[in-house]
Design a protein. Structure first.
Length: 379
């Protein structure tokens, strides 16, 4: 857990973890250094093969420049703050829609009833896929996340193959459809895009689409779940936010800082390089640890305090540099909408049980298995 890594961070900015044969980069300063030097600290670390059972093209997240640069530009145009702002009303409507299903019961599991649904419905809508297919995406997304875990084994990989091929077949049919009948959606844009004089091939469209579904789901779901969790654990902060929703933007940043949806992210070293007295060689693997960088005393005052008014808040939960989260604006909007709608409509919100919370979802993601709450239904 976090206390273990914080203890390591107190001892030094870099730590070699023999059990994983990996370096951990723990301080804010060094994480930024690693992320601003993508040629030395490369993303070609194996995760580019996450979708290998479903498509031969590596995903954006596993590419270095220049391949990364041209694909990123294409996808980024659909996720600019301006484009995302236009989706605000729709995001709120979807948040109301998922809450409608549980509001009368006066109780819900935030994970299953809200956070697992909303991000998938939003991204499906953007891509132009039927929103009600979120259940399929949820299943596929779990398999992708499991396949992406650093601890995945050969046998486990075999379990993922079936569902990933199913996802491939599903998306191929949609892609073929957009080739002949373009629509006003992101999938059509990918299919017909002209990138430096060439079309993306089907495999590239597939891997981009699969990345958006998987990157957009688990992380944001964790952000929403952990958000409600930490607000409930800090009643004064919850009260403050209830009274003044203008604090939603800083509250969301603080949730992301305090408990990042992705604790640590891998890189691989491409040349001999010195990091604070450790000599790293080509092929060495490292993890940058957002969770400890976000608690770095040199950057954040009272870093262990959960303060929804914290500003500025230069946390590294969305990464930094050329791979900075493409969906950050969208994720922020989804988290704000979910929290806003839940606070509006769920009065006297509280945990429904006192059992310790269990980790859920993929091992490398910081998710909750359940977060059961009860409340008095409001409007
Ligand atoms: C990249 C976190 C939501 C799409 C990243 C990275 C992080 C991250 C840390 C950088 C990984 C690295 O350095 O290797 C998060 C968190 C989210 C979130 C915490 C929610 C709170 C989303 C959403 C989308 C998305 C909603 C979908 C639209 C992507 C993509 C990349 C990425 C496509 C790869 C960008 C690139 O390689 O250039 N995200 N993400 N993310 N994220 Fe997110």
């Amino acid at each position: 857990g976090l206390p273990y890594y914080q203890e390591l961070a107190r001892k030094g900015e870099v730590h070699f973890e023999p059990s994983r044969e990996m370096y951990l980069v723990l301080s804010h300063r060094l994480v930024r250094r690693v992320l601003t030097d993508p040629h030395t600290f490369s993303c070609r670390n194996g995760i580019e093969n996450v979708f290998k059972d479903a498509t031969s093209a590596p995903a954006l997240l596993g590419l270095d420049p220049p391949d990364h640069t041209r694909l990123r530009a294409l996808a980024a145009s659909a996720f600019t703050p301006q484009t995302v702002a236009r989706l605000k009303r729709c995001t709120y409507e979807l948040a109301h829609r998922v809450l409608n299903e549980v509001i009368e019961a006066g109780a819900m599991d935030v994970v299953a009833d809200i956070s697992d649904k909303l991000p998938l419905m939003v991204i499906a809508g953007i891509l132009g896929l039927p929103r009600d297919d979120w259940k399929h995406f949820l299943r596929w997304s779990h398999y992708i996340a499991a396949a992406a875990a650093p601890t995945v084994t050969r046998e486990k990989e075999a379990d993922h193959r079936g569902p990933l091929l199913e996802m491939r077949r599903y998306l191929l049919a949609e892609i073929e459809d957009r080739r002949t009948r373009p629509m006003e959606d992101l999938l059509s844009r990918f299919v017909h895009a002209d990138v430096e004089g060439a079309r993306l091939d089907t495999e590239e469209v597939l891997s981009l689409t699969m990345l958006l579904v998987s990157a957009g789901h688990g992380t944001t779901a964790n952000g929403i779940g952990q958000g409600i969790r930490w607000l409930l654990a800090h009643p004064d902060q919850l009260d403050k936010l209830r009274r003044d929703r203008r604090l939603l933007p800083t509250a969301v940043e603080e949730i992301l800082r305090y408990d990042p949806p992705m604790y640590m992210v891998p890189r691989v070293v491409t040349r001999t390089v010195d990091l604070e007295g450790h000599t790293l060689e080509e092929g060495d693997r490292l993890l940058y640890v957002a969770a400890t960088a976000n608690r770095d005393e040199n950057v954040f005052s009272y870093p262990d305090q959960f303060d929804i008014t914290r500003d500025p808040n230069p946390h590294l939960s969305f990464g930094y540099g050329i791979h900075f989260c493409l969906g950050a604006a969208l994720a922020r909007q989804e988290m704000r909408a979910a929290l806003d709608v839940i606070l509006d409509r769920c009065l006297h919100l509280e945990r429904a049980d006192t059992a310790p919370l269990e980790h859920g979802g993929a091992v490398h993601l910081n998710g909750l298995k359940h977060l059961r709450v009860r409340f008095q239904p409001g409007a």
